[in-house]
Design a protein around this ligand. Structure first.
Ligand code: NAD
Length: 315
């Protein structure tokens, strides 16, 4: 059984990735600090023979080195991160610690282990937010300039630069993915889609920033997982790959779509469940949009889950 390490494997994308890898018959070691955003859902797929959870902060280079030495994984997927933009605005410190210093610790562990011929491939999971605000009619390419706007996206951009420098300087085997907004099961309900769904269920208002015109590209988390798996199998070391669906939607249209699907599903929409425009987030990027032709053409990957169907499943 091939071994795989997933950092942040208790988070939203990590949980889905762990399940995906177990179904592919890998032994998965999940390294997670178990912060507020990690989930504790019961999971039938996981047992002693295919899964181990180790509670750890990825900043702890010594422990990380020991674990990699012990398990000698074929690949490490790095997803451990602080991920909520609003929290990064309220207090950036944890974002700098986990997203930058944490990635640095992992890179240092890998640099030192190279000398002992322990050389797993690193799939470093990043975001479309590193490219900053994207003009109408344009979609970001992998070699576009990074122009992060929030402490969150700046911390992700910094981590990507560190990974790139280790690839170039130390010939580290690594690939970076820049993915758009994910949706699907197991997401902490502070993020837009699960928050709106929970508020609908709880007969609460639906708060939307500014006029709701900000546009995001959405991909189902299982499609992101299949892309990450392709990057492990066939992604070229040293390269970055955008991972998107090509489906952009304004926040207001997304919320209207959720309400419509809830109606079709006969979910009761209470009297208090109304869209409420709230003061905009400081520095709020208006639009993110990826050009994902590289992964589509070079790795022959494509997203499979239709947006409406995925939203219905998420609800
Ligand atoms: P999440 O917040 O749901 O999960 C993050 C996980 O990391 C949690 O389980 C948490 O306990 C763990 N963690 C936090 N700090 C840690 C530390 N110091 N050491 C070890 N574990 C730690 O996040 P997510 O949405 O699953 O995102 C995963 C990765 O994907 C992140 O790197 C994020 O930047 C990236 N990403 C997310 C999206 C999205 O839409 N959610 C889109 C593109 C990229």
């Amino acid at each position: 059984m091939k071994k795989v390490i997933v950092t942040g494997g208790s988070g939203f994308i990590g949980s889905n990735l762990v399940n995906f890898l177990i179904e592919k018959k890998f032994y998965v070691i999940n390294l997670d600090k178990l912060t507020y955003s990690s989930n504790t859902y019961k999971n039938k797929l996981r047992n002693k023979k295919n899964y181990k959870l180790i509670k750890i902060d990825i900043i702890n280079k010594k422990k990380i080195t020991k674990i990699i030495t012990k398990y000698k994984p074929d690949v490490i997927f790095n997803l451990a991160a602080e991920t909520h933009v609003d929290r990064s605005i309220d207090g950036p410190r944890n974002f700098i610690q986990t997203n930058i210093v944490g990635t640095f610790s992992l890179l240092e562990a890998l640099r030192q282990l190279q000398k002992r011929k322990i050389n797993p491939k690193l799939i470093h999971v990043s975001t479309d937010e590193v490219y900053g605000d994207i003009k109408k009619n344009y979609r970001s390419l992998e070699n576009d300039r990074y122009e992060p706007s929030s402490p969150y996206s700046a911390s992700k951009a910094s981590a990507d630069h560190l990974v790139k420098s280790y690839i170039r300087t130390y010939k580290l085997k690594a690939v970076i993915s820049n993915c758009c907004n994910n949706y699907g099961p197991y997401q902490f309900p502070e993020k837009l889609i699960p928050k709106m769904i929970s508020n609908i269920f709880e007969n609460k208002e639906l708060p939307i920033y500014a006029k709701g015109k900000n546009s995001r590209e959405w991909i189902h988390v299982e499609d992101h997982c299949s892309a990450l798996f392709q990057l492990y199998l066939r992604g070229k070391n040293g390269e970055s790959y955008n991972v998107g669906s090509g489906i952009n939607l304004s926040n207001i249209n997304l919320v209207k779509k959720l309400l419509k699907i809830c109606n079709i599903m006969n979910i009761k929409i209470g009297k208090k469940t109304k869209i409420k425009y709230v003061k905009d987030r400081p520095g709020h990027d208006f639009r993110y949009a990826l050009n994902s032709n590289k992964i589509l053409k070079k790795l022959n990957w494509k997203p499979k889950i239709k947006f409406e169907k995925g939203l219905k499943q998420t609800i």
